[in-house]
Each structure stands twice: as structure tokens, then as C-alpha cells.
Ligand binder design. Structure first.
Ligand code: ADP
Ligand code: MG
Length: 616
């Protein structure tokens, strides 16, 4: 295009381009998914704007929220057009090329550490994938922009024209594109059309024989309709001498490629496991084989109605706990099928921000209000509350379905299984084996943070808590309770920096000897956790390094106390009083002669250590 203005890429972008252009990447086809995904985003944006401003949609054809694909075999151009929000010249320059976006270097890094180009969409640089298949977009060399190039005026929206590389000519084949749309863009909520050719018999005047020529007649030919008189005249003519003949001709029309019925609107029993997995991949923009750990698809009824699909991802995002307070769920909020936002903080609490993928679609929320008003809407609180419950149910089910979890004497939780037919999934035990351990290793910290942050769900969350036993296996509080010795009233635990360190602790001498189980907490967050978790199922927690530990009944204690009274008194006096509250006879030791114990409400030694590290 001679009118196109050219722009140079910034250095960082050039590096990214080098990687893409020179990649021997076999999945070049992902470019189409990225383009369609951008078109869909742009359509979501205009639809959202149209809620409060009807005018933005314009009239006639531009009101159609759809995506169109056209192929030009002669010029080797693949065009993709949408009637979305469109881009101004500035937008085009900023968004599609020259200026490095925040994800650029992260993506380059990922690629260099033998990463997968397939993940490009996650880094906000998906558009560049067009260079997998195109030499240039609209002009030679650098990328270029130009206005309205579609046959008819474009009106609102964007058109991207790819001049396909020689090695990418297969993307001029209609059948290939249809297949790709099916493969990658199944869950796009706008109709996707292709300008499809169909070969068929056409009557043409006998004397104007131009058979063999492919002619674009388009849908207009059928719309024109036939003049009745002309028909009659033709029939009469035909009786005398044939004036028309039949030739093969390709006619073109827009062919719809997708079914736009949203997956979440379907009944869970009609959606296959494979569809849920594919839907997850499309939400996550992660098209690797990894499956989500689990999901929950449900309808909430009552004052606030909504449908939702939630997913537990296979892995925690790499920086989930480094920037915990910045971490965000990308849960998508729809109101009556209209996409509103995937950046709302109001849908899930911080501790569930690891549930990055999912959707919520509510009929109760108002449509014609601004995002700010929606954010403040009281129904969002109800939605959040229900989402938390459902999320915790979903997580609990991972444990219940994990055969590893039910081993050991754990009568209590065996009885507690409540079956929710809605989310019941088929699948063999093998797949579920060890799933909860996997979940715990990835997201256990979130459960702990939940206990700290969410008082109303504390007990439900405590049920999901796991800790390591000395054999390395995970166990739960329910299981701990089921193993408690007769007469044991409290749940014993100790905090420290490592299992090895704790094994040596003099605080455990006697407890070990008497076969009491003590929970080891070695994560720094545990120290905070235990300030919030006071009791569980009516049992108090007792830090065994703190004052107040009672082990069984020890009748001798009273006598000993009496006979060593002079010693303890002397001892207390010998140490400056502000450093030690009390000196007592204890039954917690075995070999060690004495030990320093934390007072009931004081900081444990581990907490002292944490606080010291923080103030340094
Ligand atoms: P992302 O979609 O993750 O933001 P991309 O590299 O795919 O990253 O796209 C970059 C930006 O270009 C988009 O955020 C959007 O602002 C703009 N854009 C891309 N395609 C379109 C389109 N079809 N219509 C409007 N804007 C678009
Ligand atoms: Mg994109």
C-alpha cells in the first residue's frame, strides 16, 4: 500500500521480532487465535460502551458485532475485520508495534529460557504473533498503518491485513482457516464469519460464455431476486433455442464458523470434561496440555442470580506470593452475557486470587450503569460471598476425591463427605490420587492467608489445612483429632524454622516419649496463622513451647512443686525479674534439665526471630 506510513520498531520490540521471525516454531497457526482474541476484546469493549451510550454502535451494518475473515489468494492477503471499538492512529502505533509494552521483556526472557511461543497471549504481546506468518502487515519492512482498506468503508472497527509469507501460504486455504477457528476460537462469544466460496452450477447466457472464470457474485446475487417476467421470458425462449448454459462457478457468501452459545449457560451435565478443559485454556491463554486441577460450574439462585465457572489452575503463578497484595484474579464478570470486566477486585477476596480463571454471569446486576456504580452495587457482595463458599467446596472436593487423603484412620472426615451431584465429575482414581497434595503444595499458603483474613470462613478453611507428619505425609486437623490420645484435650503444635530443628527441640522430649502427636509449623506465615486459629472443632490449640502445657495427669507434680519451692524462688531472684516472669517445676522435659518457655500471650521464639528479621 503506497499510502501507508511506516514506523520503526523500538529496540526491545526488535528483539522480540527477531525471535518470532526466526523461530522454527511449528505452531505458526496461533496467530489467528491472537487476532480473533483481539477482535473479540474490541467487540466486548464497544458492547460495554453501548450500554450507556446507544449511539456508539451507529446504524446499519456497523451495529453487527461480528468478526469477518477474508482471503485474497491472488494478493496473498489474509484480512481480519471486526466492528469493535477500533483504534485511532495513535492507538495503532502504540498498541501494535513500535513501543515496547510491559510484557515484552518478560516474554523475551521466557522465550530465551526455552519457553513456549504458544504462551504469547499471556504477556499482552499476542499481536506480534502475526509475524509468524506475515512478512509485513500492510507494508514492507517495518509495520505500517493505513486507513479503511476494506471493499466498503469500514465504519467502526479494525481491519488487519496480513501479507502472508511464502512459507505460510496454507493460510490462504479456507478449509485450514475453518479448522483453526474450530480448534482455537471455540469460546469466542461473537460470530466469526469467513468469506467462503462454494462451487456450483450457474446458468449463464450461452453467447456470453466466459466459463472457467471465477467470479465473486456474493450474497447480493440471491438478494436481488428474480424478476418474474424475465423468468417467463426465459422459459419461452428455452423452448425455441437454448439461450443459457450451465457452467461451474464459485459463489461467495459469509459462512458462520462458530456456535456462540456460552458454555456457562449450558447445563453442567451437557458439558463434557474436554470442553471444560478447552474453555480453561482459552481463558488462561495457555494452550499447553496441562489440565486445571478442578473446576466448578454452578447456578446461584435467590436474591442474586448468577451462573459461574471457577477453575483451580494446575500451578500457582510464579510470583503469586511475592506480590500477594497485588495479585489479581482474572475472573470475568458478565452481566446478561455482556462482558463487563476481568479486573474487578470485588469478586474474590485476596486469598482466592489464585483462582485466576473463570467467569461469572449475573442477570441481577444492572446493565446500564457505569463500571464504578456496578463495582459499588450491593449484589456484588452477595456474589462474592457465594463464590467463596463454592470455591471452598470445590477445594474440599479435591481432597475428598483423592484416595491418598482417605487413607489412615480418619472416620470423621469420611462421614462428612457430602455429595454435590452438580459438580460430580467422572474420572478415575488414578488421576485424582495425590491431587490434594499437589493442591496443597501450590496453594496451601493461600488457605493459611484465608484463615488469617476471613473470620467468617475460618472453620471451613481450617478443614482444608494440611501439615506434614514426621513421615513426610500430609495430614489434616480432623485426622489429628481422630488420633488424639484418650484424655488429650488440646491440639499440640510447635513452630520453628525447619523440621530438623524441631525434631531436636527439648520441648518435645516428654511428649515424644509419651507418644503425643505434635504438629510442626515451619512456614513463617504459620506463626501469624496460629494467632488467628484459636480452636478447631471445640479443641484449643496449645503451642508446646508456651506456658500452660498439660500432659496427662501428673500427680507427682504437686509434691515436686512443694519440695523445689526454695530452688525456684532462689532462681527467680537470681535472674533479673524483667526478663523472666516465673520459674516453675515442669513435666514437659525428659533429659534436658531446664528450658525457657514463652508466656501464654507472649511471642514464641520463632515469632521473635521473625520480628527481628523484619526490623533489621
Ligand atoms: P493484548 O490483547 O493482550 O492487550 P495484543 O498484543 O494482542 O495484546 O494487542 C495489543 C493491543 O492492541 C490491545 O490491547 C488493543 O488495545 C489493541 N488491539 C489489538 N487488536 C485490536 C482490534 N482488533 N481492535 C482494537 N484494538 C486492538
Ligand atoms: Mg491480544
Amino acid at each position: 500500500d503506497g499510502n501507508a506510513e511506516k514506523f520503526e520498531f523500538q529496540a526491545e520490540v526488535s528483539r522480540l521480532m527477531d525471535i518470532i521471525v526466526n523461530s522454527l516454531y511449528s505452531n505458526k497457526e496461533i496467530f489467528l487465535r491472537e487476532l480473533i482474541s483481539n477482535a473479540s476484546d474490541a467487540l466486548d469493549k464497544i458492547r460495554f460502551l453501548s450500554l450507556t451510550d446507544k449511539e456508539v454502535l451507529g446504524e446499519g451494518d456497523t451495529t453487527k458485532l461480528e468478526i469477518q475473515i477474508k482471503l485474497d489468494k491472488e494478493k496473498k492477503i489474509l484480512s481480519l475485520r471486526d466492528r469493535g471499538i477500533g483504534m485511532t492512529k495513535e492507538d495503532l502505533i502504540n498498541n501494535l508495534g513500535t513501543i515496547a509494552k510491559s510484557g515484552t521483556s518478560a516474554f523475551v526472557e521466557k522465550m530465551q529460557s526455552s519457553g513456549d511461543l504458544n504462551l504469547i497471549g499471556q504477556f499482552g504481546v499476542g499481536f506480534y504473533s502475526v509475524y509468524l506468518v506475515a512478512d509485513y502487515v500492510e507494508a514492507d519492512g517495518a509495520f505500517a498503518i493505513s486507513e479503511d482498506t476494506w471493499n466498503e468503508p469500514l465504519g467502526r472497527g479494525t481491519e488487519i491485513r496480513l501479507h502472508l509469507r511464502n512459507e505460510a501460504q496454507e493460510y490462504l486455504e479456507e478449509s485450514n482457516l475453518k479448522e483453526l477457528v474450530k480448534k482455537y476460537s471455540e469460546f469466542i462469544n461473537f460470530p466469526i464469519y469467513i468469506w467462503a466460496g462454494k462451487e456450483g452450477d450457474v446458468e449463464v447466457p450461452a453467447d456470453e460464455d466466459d466459463s472457467g472464470d471465477e467470479k465473486e457474485t456474493g450474497i447480493t446475487s440471491s438478494e436481488e431476486g428474480e424478476d418474474e417476467d424475465a423468468d417467463k421470458a426465459d422459459d419461452e425462449d428455452a423452448e425455441k433455442k437454448p439461450k443459457t448454459k450451465t457452467v461451474k462457478e464459485t459463489t461467495y457468501e459469509w459462512e458462520l464458523l462458530n456456535d456462540v452459545k456460552a458454555i456457562w449457560l449450558r447445563s453442567p451435565k451437557d458439558v463434557t470434561e474436554e470442553e471444560y478443559i478447552k474453555f480453561y485454556h482459552s481463558l488462561a491463554k495457555d494452550f499447553n496440555d496441562e489440565k486445571p486441577m478442578t473446576w466448578s460450574h454452578f447456578t446461584a439462585e435467590g436474591d442474586v442470580e448468577f451462573k459461574a465457572v471457577l477453575y483451580v489452575p494446575p500451578k500457582a503463578p510464579y510470583n503469586l506470593y511475592d506480590s500477594y497484595y497485588k495479585a489479581k484474579s482474572n475472573l470475568k464478570l458478565y452481566v446478561r452475557r455482556v462482558f463487563i470486566s476481568d479486573e474487578l477486585d470485588e469478586l474474590l477476596p485476596k486469598f482466592l486470587s489464585f483462582l485466576k480463571q473463570g467467569i461469572v454471569d449475573s442477570d441481577t446486576l444492572p446493565l446500564n450503569v457505569s463500571r464504578e456504580m456496578l463495582q459499588a452495587h450491593s449484589s456484588l457482595k452477595t456474589i462474592k460471598k457465594k463464590l467463596i463458599r463454592k470455591a471452598l467446596d470445590m477445594i474440599r472436593k479435591i481432597a475428598e476425591e483423592d484416595p491418598d487423603e482417605s487413607s489412615g484412620k480418619d472416620k470423621k472426615s469420611m462421614l462428612n463427605i457430602d455429595v454435590n451431584a452438580e459438580a460430580e465429575k467422572s474420572g478415575d482414581d488414578d488421576e485424582k490420587k495425590g491431587q490434594y497434595t499437589k493442591f496443597w503444595n501450590e496453594f496451601g499458603k493461600s488457605i493459611k492467608l484465608g484463615i488469617i483474613e476471613d473470620a467468617s470462613n475460618r472453620n471451613r478453611l481450617a478443614k482444608l489445612l494440611r501439615f506434614e507428619r514426621s513421615d513426610g505425609k500430609l495430614t489434616s486437623l480432623d485426622k489429628y483429632i481422630s488420633r488424639m490420645k484418650s484424655g488429650q484435650k488440646e491440639i499440640f503444635y510447635i513452630t520453628g524454622t525447619s523440621k530438623e530443628q524441631l525434631e531436636e527441640s527439648p520441648f518435645l522430649e516428654r511428649l515424644k516419649k509419651m507418644n503425643y502427636e505434635v504438629i510442626f509449623f515451619t512456614d513463617p506465615v504459620d506463626e501469624y496463622l496460629m494467632q488467628y486459629l484459636m480452636d478447631y472443632e471445640g479443641k484449643q490449640f496449645q503451642n508446646v513451647s508456651k506456658e500452660g502445657l498439660k500432659i496427662g495427669k501428673d500427680r507427682k507434680n504437686k509434691e515436686l512443686k512443694e519440695s523445689f519451692k526454695e530452688l525456684t524462688k532462689w532462681w527467680k531472684g537470681a535472674i533479673t525479674t524483667d526478663r523472666v516472669d516465673e520459674v516453675k517445676i515442669s513435666n514437659r522435659l525428659d533429659n534436658t534439665p531446664c528450658v525457657v518457655v514463652t508466656s501464654k500471650f507472649g511471642w514464641s521464639a520463632t515469632m521473635e526471630r521473625i520480628m527481628q528479621a523484619q526490623t533489621l
